[in-house]
Design a protein. Sequence first.
Length: 159
Amino acid sequence: MTATIYSVDYYYTTVEDRPGVGCKFLETLASEEVNLLAFNAFPVGRDRTQLVIYPLNATWLGDLARHEGLRLVGPHHAFIVHGDDELGALVDIHQTLCDASINVSSSTGVTDGRGGYRYIMHVHPEDYERALRELDVDQNLKSISDFQLDIKRRFEAKA
């Protein structure tokens, strides 16, 4: 299988870097049925942590943020890549961007243990549209979520 690349939106918020804060945030997302494509957390300063949220449905995340008083920054754009886990699986993608003088500003990936991988890749905002073209990302493709989950919201967001 060749790699499939999807464009995804993400948001971030900054919280106190204390035990339980991230857990409470994830519990809130789950209780409000906000499903995630990906999630990342990392320290920003001595006592703050940035939570990066890649929602399955940004509207549901927005509902939660409004009702919980959560300040989200975004949407920002990233790419999620998935394909077969093989030696050098990411080389062609990075070479394509390198040849176009587009820098990958951050990335992370993981194998699934069954021969596949997922990879999240960020480029600078001013390079995003060019990266879409260079990577030949099909914007008419169903979103990554359409292939993975068919979740129906069972509730109305808190008023």
